[in-house]
Structure formats: C-alpha cells, structure tokens
Write a protein that binds this ligand. Structure first.
Ligand code: PGA
Length: 256
C-alpha cells in the first residue's frame, strides 16, 4: 500500500497538533485509509497528545517521529531514545533527513546506527537520501544516493529491509517549490531499488517502499504516484494544512 507521510518539522505545538488531526480525520473517509497508509510526524512534544487522541477515537493514522538517537538510554542531553518512541505507539521514524545531515552534522554511520535501532525496537525507519544542488548539477545524484543507501542498509537483513521505507528527497527541491521531474524521480527511485537488490536481495528490493519528497503538493502528487518505482511521498510544507494534506491523501480522486 502507498505510504503518504506528513513531516511537520518544527511546526505545530501540541494544541495545534490535536486540532490538526481532528480536522484531518473529519476530511478523510474510511475508503482513503483502505487505499493509502497515512503517517504524521509531529514534533516530539506532540506525540503523547496525538497517541491519546488516535487511541481514544480509533483513528487510522500511523504515528511517526522525525528523528531519534541510536542508543536506548544514557548521557545524551536533549536526545530522544527509540525506546521512548516505541512506548508512545510510534510506528515510523524518519532517519537521516537532509536537514539533520546538513544542519546537525549527522553522518552516514550515525544514520545507519539509528536505522538499526529503530528496527530493533519494532518500528520502521524512513531512511532519507538525496543530493544537493551542486551534486545535482555535476551529475553526481546517483553516486550520492547509492552511497547513502549502501551506508544506511549496511548489515541489515533481507526481512528488516522489506519493512523499511527509503525517501528520495533532492535537497534542492525541499521547501523550494521546485520538484524533480517525473523522469528524474523515476530514474533515482529505480536506481535505489536496484541498489537494494544488489546489496540485500531481490525480494527486499521488491518489498521496500520508496517515497519521493520535495515540495509535493496536491497539484503535483498524482504525476509522482504514477511512477512505477514510487510507492508514496514524504510531504513537508504541504502537510501543515489539513485541507491541502487531505487532498494529497485523496490524490486518486482529485485532479489537483
Ligand atoms: P517539503 O519538505 O515538502 O516542504 O519540500 C519535504 C521534507 O523535507 O520532507
């Protein structure tokens, strides 16, 4: 099933988060959840409120996080353990988002440790990969993305990789209003799948879900979801407004 994920980044405090989910639940129908899986990734401070609401109202959203540490516990001031996320009913954890890599210095190694740890605690990583504008313009996109995939999946078993998600997010398309062309998104998604087949196994490459991310909007999602190797989207800015996000989830039924 396609996975549509809303990455709120550092937006919406917990009161706003509750209002958002109530509005979104009102806008979506049962059929929408039968057709697509929807995960929301609020800031950490919203998770407990949303978990309670989702449980109480039996909503079908999957709770997601935007990051976590790789260790279960210890002297890591300000960090959040994957154990805490699992206890809150979090199912999907974004790992290695380009904002974490570029602004907070997360290395491929650290990202790989987080992937391992999220899986160890029974959650599913959404491993983010993608090239900078300079890499894009120098024709280095596939090299960069393949390297990030190899690093992120290092030592993972075929069964583990089957449950994972890889989000291809060209950094120059994030929050800029620019999209990779459908041809480019398909080329990179196909290359990611091939890399998984070579590195892990063919069944893992077939099962893993690949998302596209970078300025996805209600008007652009349909063209992306048509691509054979794209199984979902990771949405930032357009996931902050319940009406727009509902239209994204209902992409099959709107022209844009
Ligand atoms: P955007 O963000 O949709 O605002 O470009 C996507 C992301 O960073 O996950």
């Amino acid at each position: 099933m396609p996975l549509i994920s809303g990455n709120w980044k550092m937006n919406h405090h917990h009161f706003e988060a509750i209002q958002f989910i109530q509005k979104l639940a009102y806008l979506l129908q049962k059929q929408d959840f039968d057709e697509v899986e929807v995960s929301v990734h609020p800031p950490f401070t919203d998770l407990r409120s949303l978990q309670t609401l989702i449980d109480a109202d039996q909503l079908r959203f999957k709770l997601g996080a935007q990051n976590c540490h790789s260790d279960d516990k210890g002297a890591f001031t300000g960090e959040i353990s994957p154990v805490f996320l699992a206890k809150l009913g979090v199912q999907y954890v974004i790992v290695g988002h380009s904002e974490r890599r570029e602004m907070f210095g997360e290395t491929d190694d650290f990202v790989a440790q987080k992937v391992a740890s999220v899986l160890k605690h029974g959650m599913f990583p959404i491993l983010c990969v993608g090239e900078t504008l300079a890499e894009h313009e120098s024709g280095l996109t596939l090299d960069k993305v393949r390297r990030q995939v190899r690093a992120g999946l290092d030592k993972r078993s075929s069964d583990q990789v089957k449950s994972m998600v890889i989000a291809y997010e060209p950094i120059w398309a994030i929050g800029t209003g620019k999209n990779a062309s459908p041809d480019q998104a398909q080329e990179v998604a196909a290359a990611i799948r091939e890399e998984v087949a070579t590195l892990i196994s063919r069944p893992a490459a077939e099962a893993i879900r690949i998302q596209y991310g970078g300025s996805v909007k209600a008007g652009t999602i349909a063209d992306i979801m048509r691509l054979p190797d794209v199984d979902g989207v990771l949405v930032g800015g357009a996931s902050l407004d319940p009406t727009e996000f509902a239209r994204i989830v209902q992409y099959r039924h709107h022209s844009g």
